[in-house]
Design a protein around this ligand. Sequence first.
Ligand code: NAD
Length: 487
Amino acid sequence: MSDQGSLMVLENFIGGKFVPCLSHVDSYDPSTGKVYCRVPDSSKQEVDAAVKAAKAAFPEWSGFSQEQRSQVLNKLADLIEANLEEFVRAESKDQGKTIAFAQAVDIPRSAFNFRFFASASRHHTTECSQMDHVGCLNFTVRCPVGVAGLISPWNLPLYLLTWKIAPALAAGNTVVAKPSEMTSVTAWMMCKLMNQAGVPPGVVNIVFGTGPKAGDALVGHPDVPLVSFTGSTATAQRITERAAPYCKKLSLELGGKNPAIVFADADLDQCIPTTVRSSFSNQGEICLCTSRIYVERKIYPEFLDKFVAAAKKWKAGDPCDSSNSMGALISKEHLDKVRGFVALAKSEGGVVHCGEGLDKLDLPEKNKCGYFMPATVITGVCDSSRVMQEEIFGPVVCVSPFDTEEEALTKGNGVRFGLAAAVWSRDVGKVHRVARQLQAGIVWTNCWLVRDLNLPFGGMKSSGIGREGAKDSYYFFTEVKSVTIKH
Ligand code: NAD
């Protein structure tokens, strides 16, 4: 890092060394609205250098034993944990989220991602079958693919980046990663730990910059045979086109428009606080956040009253103040976009029960120009509205009633996304039926965001292609070969 005035200036990490970049883009502190950091605006030249370094390091790293690779990953986890508070403060400042959220979720999970894949990768086995009638034994062999291109978004910066780097490395690949240009600081801090953790030079390269420049150069690089991407569906479409001429392996984790279906027999004492959390955690900037709540008509008035009362207590404000549940949204553009959805809902006859336009935020002087918005609950929006169809990715949730199980399913499935869903009922049979029929890669019943990292994570429809998790990530980051031996 160098100091330009009081601004942090980040550098790329290529071949085990920090390398300055000639041009930069500004990065804002969302809680103050001020530029505080300059991020390399890398282009093809920097990406080429990173891919070259990763390619050169591949024979050594892929030749390490599984045990050796696991040791390195565990050491990286140790080092992140040893610097936890520094990472927590940096993630909060860079992204706008509360210190409390970064401390409870982002940074511990980032360290755990390395620990998890260090362990999971020791337990994979390959397949074997025998065909005695022809005297053949068949088995599969799995090999790392090569240089993995990893592209991550701004909402859970280090968490989602390490969720890719860890399995890629565990499987024996080398990587070139590009974090979001809006939230690059914790990735850059992690680079400082690589040499100490024993990561050989060139095994992890991080190139900072924008999607259309650095991201595009990475996806289009002929020596990058696989790309793991988390971000918006629109960007995924561009990445798919760019990768098509090379027939690259693609893993795409995309947006959601996640429903919660609340039946009349739900335990509202659990459902209401959990659904407030699922709607507004991390300012609603989690791909798994609830965006549409369908409530059985019998309990609709009671649910709405209690839900709005609970949402009003979910305060937005200074991310450093532990009494706040939400910090700032990522950018001015994003705040305007989210507010635009509330305005659209109102123009279509929707009713805002709390939040935007109703509840004034009491912000300290230093946060007056930050990108804050209160938790907002809307009713009366029709299913075909853009508000009910498009991903808002902010602290806005729409509530509407339903009469039958069939109607709830039709509404729940009536969008192009299929990432996550929640079902609330005490009827086990109903829960099974509805979970089975919901078009979503992840269904939580009577809970939200309980994650077993062994299980497949990912979306259906426009929410993605492929799954991540212990076995699924291993399959993605390896090539499989079937071998037949005849005696
Ligand atoms: P985005 O698609 O704008 O950007 C994601 C990343 O892609 C960034 O690093 C960006 O620089 C890069 N990028 C942009 N254009 C590119 C291009 N042409 N070529 C290569 N790379 C390019 O998404 P975002 O706004 O950063 O993140 C929010 C989105 O991510 C939401 O839609 C959210 O639902 C989704 N998301 C999905 C998951 C999941 O696991 N399914 C998790 C978190 C976020």
